[in-house]
Design a protein around this ligand. Structure first.
Ligand SMILES: [Zn+2]
Length: 335
């Protein structure tokens, strides 16, 4: 068992992942090689790759660093690819984050390269190292271009990437198409100016959420218990379930508002216990909406105006695992 991992989390996630046919989490934690991801970010410092201004009409953001978003933004055009289509695909496959593992440990990285497919005949370790590197992402963009996505834009480009990688499943393609506007927003190439920057500074967001503590992330968007298939089977199918992270925090940890906003009308008990245990609330901000779940206590009410950093309540647990489930309607939630 990886050091420091809550044994309950180990049990919960390895069980759910097994039942889904996904990679058992402990393997993923152990075997993930050192990644070229940005170093951990001490309070308030903007992460590499996200240093540009928020997207504005006609003024694409500038990206630096080796973050997958920066790699896509800076290289897609070299292959004649629509960067928003490439990022939409990555968001759907992995949340566009290094370190992702899926499909029984045979697909890796932001583009989920399969052994036997894009990852070739590499060993799982080598496939993971390659698919989670900037060089791997760039090479896979070359494959996307050769696979038919060159010169296409929008929905046609997203569809061509799926079909070129042989992933044109009825479930996946609509999910990828649905991420296109998120991708445009993140790249600053959309036709709408962003009302509020999403994830411009995840370190600051996590600090806002929890104060001084930086909890371990035990669940990521669109995978495992946040997977579409898992949620459809479990009776939920929405961004609140899927575009979410789980933070491992002790029960009773104070939880704060990520932004100025209003508490939504869907508030209170989640209902049935188990994975629907505890209390939940929606925070509706100017350019985004967040969903907090499994709280043990709320100190706000529907319709209440709150300020960024204001106490909303205290964390609880679900399925016996103390954690906060936090979802973001637009852009990925902070990690
Ligand atoms: Zn969750």
């Amino acid at each position: 068992m990886p050091q420091g991992l809550n044994p309950n989390v180990f049990d919960l996630l390895s069980q759910t992942d097994r039942s889904l046919g996904l990679m058992p989490l402990p393997w993923a934690l152990r075997a993930t090689p050192p990644l070229p991801r940005p170093p951990s970010l001490p309070g308030g410092k903007a992460p590499p790759g996200v240093t540009g201004p928020p997207g504005a009409l006609g003024k694409p953001r500038r990206f630096v660093g080796t973050d997958p978003i920066a790699v896509i933004a800076n290289n897609a055009h070299k292959f004649g690819l629509d960067p928003a289509a490439v990022l939409a695909y990555a968001l759907e496959e992995s949340g566009a984050r290094y370190g992702a593992v899926g499909d029984n440990g045979t697909s890796f990285g932001p583009f989920q390269a399969h052994i036997g497919g894009a990852a070739g005949s590499r060993s799982p370790q080598a496939a993971s190292a390659w698919a989670n590197s900037p060089q791997g992402l760039i090479q896979m963009m070359g494959m996307m271009a050769r696979g038919g996505a060159r010169g296409l834009r929008g929905d046609a480009a997203v569809r061509a990437i799926y079909s070129g990688f042989g992933k044109g499943t009825p479930l996946a393609v609509p999910r990828g198409l649905a991420r296109y506007s998120d991708a445009q927003h993140m790249l600053g190439t959309g036709s709408q100016p962003s009302a509020a920057p999403v994830n411009r500074n995840t370190a600051t967001q996590v600090t806002t959420l929890f104060g001084n503590i930086r909890p371990r992330v035990i669940g990521v968007p669109y995978q495992g218990t946040h997977g579409k298939a898992f949620n459809v089977r479990g009776g939920s199918d929405n961004w609140e379930s899927e575009n979410a992270v789980d933070f491992s925090v002790p029960i009773g940890t104070p939880i704060y508002a990520l932004a100025d906003g209003t508490i939504g009308s869907q508030i209170g008990s989640l209902g049935t216990g188990g994975r629907f245990a505890g209390l939940r609330l929606h925070l509706v901000g100017a350019g985004n909406e967040w969903y907090y779940a499994h709280l043990s206590r709320l100190v706000v009410q529907a319709g209440q105006r709150v300020r960024r950093g204001q106490l909303l309540g205290y964390s609880g647990e679900a399925n016996g695992v103390p954690h906060l489930h936090l979802a973001s309607k637009r852009g990925s939630p902070p990690q």
